[in-house]
Design a protein around this ligand. Structure first.
Ligand code: SF4
Length: 315
């Protein structure tokens, strides 16, 4: 037995020496194994360790796609068992994190009062009377003249600290030539009284001076044509507070198209005066629940003007 084994060992040894002499060995001890690079996602080059990344997705660590080197994995003569521990995978290369690209955040709303050429006009020694004369009772500057009975200029204290600005005259106003005299006007009078003031203490006017047909809102061109007269009225009166009643006047004076609910009750600057917008009394007639919101706005006005709540008269 031993002789046979020794004879086989000798044969193997001889064969290996023969292989060495032919320059083939020692393949049986130290043969590297190439491991194929894994399938790579699009954008990953096998030659480059960098990984292209879509902005906005968490950055995946990039892995070197090159095959392990000889020293990383070796198989022994048995054909599969590693004879040395695989070298650690090259450190994951990570680019600095890329901040996800967000869609532009909605800007906080802040209506701006932008200069408009007609609004910029400053007339020397202007007065309410001069503005009224400039309009003329027969004004035909815009199409609102066609259905109106008379121009509704404005009413109240020419030196008022508080000016209410509505959108345009209604039927009653068109009849009487005075702003806010219908049902909505009565409600405004009550609101003014709740502040401890009288109608004659404040000034009341509208953006357009002629009644829009069917009590519709004034249109853009009508506002653009008539509103410079409003600007002149405000410049002459020079109030501390302007209270816009409804979206139309607020949007006109703040030069914005934003809905009033976006900025109702907020303070803005209008040429040195404090401007606040609240709901129109006509809206309150349809939505009495909104009266509490309007009252809050009026209390803000009272605070600025230093007005105290009027004492209730004893029954
Ligand atoms: S709304 Fe103004 S601009 Fe138009 S006709 Fe009347 S006063 Fe003239």
């Amino acid at each position: 037995m031993d002789l046979k084994r020794n004879s086989k060992n000798f044969d193997v040894e001889s064969w290996l020496h023969y292989a060495d002499e032919l320059g083939l060995g020692p393949f049986y001890l130290d043969r590297p194994v190439q491991i194929a690079a894994p399938n790579l996602p699009n954008g990953v080059s096998g030659a480059s360790p960098s990984v292209s990344q879509r902005v906005g997705t968490p950055r995946e660590p990039s892995v070197s796609a090159s095959a392990p080197t000889d020293s990383s994995v070796r198989v022994g003569p048995s054909g599969g068992r590693p004879i040395s521990a695989p070298a650690p995978v090259a450190p994951l290369r990570q680019s600095p994190p890329v901040a996800p690209q967000k869609s532009p955040a909605p800007q906080a709303f802040a209506p701006r009062v932008e200069a408009q050429s007609l609004f910029e006009e400053r007339i020397e020694n202007d007065s309410l009377e001069r503005i009224r004369q400039d309009i003329t009772p027969t004004c035909t500057r815009c199409k609102l003249h066609k259905a109106r009975k008379q121009i509704v200029f404005g009413v109240g204290n020419p030196k008022a600290q508080l000016v209410f600005v509505g959108e345009g005259p209604g039927r009653d106003e068109d009849e009487q030539g005075e702003p806010f005299v219908g049902r909505a006007g009565k409600l405004l009078t009550d609101m003014i009284a709740a502040m401890g003031l009288r109608r004659q203490d404040v000034y009341i006017c509208n953006v357009v001076k002629c009644r829009p047909p069917e009590n519709r809102l004034p249109e853009k061109d009508e506002i653009a044509t008539c509103s410079p007269f409003l600007a002149r009225q405000l410049a002459v009166i020079n109030p501390r507070v302007i209270c816009c009643l409804g979206a139309c006047s607020a949007q006109t004076l703040l030069n914005t198209t934003q809905g009033i609910s976006r900025f109702r009750g907020e303070w803005f600057d209008y040429r040195g005066a404090k401007l606040i917008a609240t709901y129109h009394p006509a809206y309150l007639l349809r939505n009495p629940a909104a009266k509490s919101e309007v009252w809050k706005d009026l209390q803000k006005v009272m605070a600025v003007l230093g007005l105290q709540l009027p004492r209730k008269s004893k029954p």
